[in-house]
Ligand binder design. Structure first.
Ligand code: MSP
Length: 516
């Protein structure tokens, strides 16, 4: 089956931060999970390059907008590579392919008679690139998100007839699983029930955007342009983008993962635009929460922005990915805490999983001559076998609901139980009596088999660590799928093991790190 998943297309007004890394890591975990399930995944990410915010940022740096966009885009790609993000497509909204797609889409919406010229006046936030609902008498209102003064606008704009789609959108947002988590769904239902208003899709006096055919002094509103990036990035033929059935084989997207602040655009405006063009709306939209740092909103003025590159250099990719997915409830707001970061990574990855693998391989090598000690592996009965089946099921169920935290807990439960089992059995005592050799062999085998399963379950979370574990067990990681690899007893005794080296180094806590 095909599975299309997207991150938001990030604004290139600034370099990537921990929030954008968080969303992208979560999407990467989902993409990897779906591939392991045997699906053909299209994982799309990219950047949103137009609009006034970007135009102004470039001007403040005395750069041509395109040069500025190129520079920031490089930073995104660099970070995604460092984080081992397995994206298949990277959309740039300044590409000529995207421009062509936007024009084609616009002509479809025009044909549906969904565009008209109107006038819009109101308070605008350039940071949000959005008109804000504020009291008309308020003289200098402030954006609650950006804490900056809103700007008064009164201009001629093209409008999209969102109101025409009231009934269809009402039905869509009620569909089970379309909007998650539930609390967010209720917010949107509430918003839509107040009645949808048409929204403007063009701007005048803004050069840094895509031209509107037939209205040369207008450019497309950045959100109209950006949402279409999902379509241009998912077309089969990237070089000659055409909105035909043949090129739309990856559409509709199965899942748009976004932050809660932009849910309305994805769950209301975007589906209506697609319906207008005769296309299917996305299958689901997940609005996750915001990250704070040590209880405070991250912001440059507060001097507490956590630079993902610095965090990576300090903790490494596995630590960063694991902490964000394991400690923060996906969907709720989450707080990044350095102490917890260090404690969780050391406890889970280094002590619980790393040590388990290391000591078991060491015993196996010492007593069984560098090979996995069992003859007929598939019949090994062990309490760990039943437990692993249980934990695999729990893991799958949670993951399908994007509940990474619970999935991660299932992995750690299995690793804790394997450690416990080893301590109870104490093979280092049993081995002193030669007649116990078979029992010791069975114990070692079942712990190593648990490690193999743990490595596979870890794969979507921490692919690099997963591969290091599989390498020590002498398993080809490229052949792994859930269906073929999660049965008990697949570890092949005759293959031998590689030398035990710690798979995860411990982190040292340093409170003063990373305050910019
Ligand atoms: N360009 C638009 C998206 C267009 S999608 C067609 C945009 N870009 S953004 O760069 O400002 O934000 C991208 C995502 O980052 C949003 O989903 C936003 O919610 C998320 N985050 C921004 N700050 C964040 C945190 N502090 N924590 C978690 N996510 C955060 O909006």
């Amino acid at each position: 089956m095909k599975y299309t998943i997207t991150t938001p297309l990030y604004y290139v007004n600034d370099k990537p931060h921990l929030g954008s890394s968080y969303t992208t890591i979560a999407c990467d975990a989902i993409a990897r999970f779906q591939r392991l399930k045997g699906n053909t995944v299209l994982f799309l990410t990219g950047v949103d390059e137009h609009g006034q915010k970007i135009e102004r940022t470039a001007a403040s740096k005395k750069l041509q907008p395109q040069l500025h966009c190129d520079e920031i885009t490089r930073k995104y790609k660099y970070l995604w590579d460092k984080l081992n993000i397995s994206y298949d497509r990277f959309v740039r909204t300044t590409s000529k392919e995207h421009t062509s797609l936007v024009h084609q889409f616009y002509s479809k919406v025009l044909k549906s008679d969904d565009i008209y010229m109107g006038r819009q006046s109101g308070w605008y936030c350039v940071g949000c690139e959005e008109y804000k609902d504020v009291d008309k008498n308020d003289k200098a209102p402030i954006c609650s998100i950006h804490k900056k003064e809103l700007e008064w606008r009164d201009e001629e704009n093209l409008f999209f007839k969102l109101s025409k789609y009231q009934d269809q959108i009402e039905k869509l947002i009620q569909i089970d699983g379309f909007i998650s988590p539930k609390s967010r769904k209720n917010e949107i239902i509430n918003f839509v029930s107040k009645g949808l208003r048409d929204f403007s899709i063009s701007r005048v006096n803004l050069r840094w955007g895509i031209d509107v055919p037939g209205n040369e002094d207008h450019t497309f509103y950045v959100w109209f342009d950006a949402l279409l990036g999902y379509l241009s990035g998912s077309l089969s033929y990237q070089d000659s983008p055409e909105l035909t059935n043949n090129s739309l084989t990856n559409w509709p997207a199965n899942l748009h993962v976004i932050g809660k602040d932009i849910l309305r655009f994805h769950a209301v405006y975007w589906p209506a635009m697609l319906l207008s063009a005769g296309m299917k709306p996305p299958i689901s939209v997940f609005g996750h929460g915001f990250l704070t740092r040590e209880g405070q909103k991250m912001g440059k003025s507060l001097g507490n922005v956590l630079d993902p590159i610095q965090l990576l250099e300090y903790g490494g990719i596995d630590a960063m990915r694991w902490y964000l997915l394991r400690d923060i409830e996906f969907g709720d707001d989450g707080d990044f805490q350095m102490r917890r970061f260090v404690d969780i990574v050391n406890s889970d990855l280094s002590n619980t999983i790393g040590n388990l693998l290391n000591r078991t391989i060491t015993m196996s090598k010492k007593w069984f001559n560098n090979s996995i000690p069992i003859d007929n592996s598939s019949v090994v009965e062990s309490p760990l076998k039943d437990l692993s089946e249980l934990k695999i099921n729990e893991y799958m169920e949670s993951f399908m609901k994007n509940n990474f935290k619970n999935s991660a807990n299932s992995i750690i439960d299995l690793a804790n139980s394997a450690n416990h089992y080893l301590n109870e059995q104490a093979p280092w005592k049993l081995i002193k009596d030669v007649s116990n050799k078979d029992i010791v062999a069975r114990d070692i085998y079942s712990v190593l088999e648990s490690c193999r399963i743990i490595a596979i379950l870890l794969n979507p979370f921490v692919p690099n660590l997963s591969i290091r574990i599989l390498n020590q067990l002498n398993i080809d990681s490229t052949l792994i799928t859930f269906e073929k690899s999660l049965n008990w007893g697949l570890l092949n005794p005759s293959n031998g093991l590689n030398n035990p080296t710690p798979v995860m180094n411990k982190l040292e806590f340093n409170e003063d790190l990373f305050y910019e």
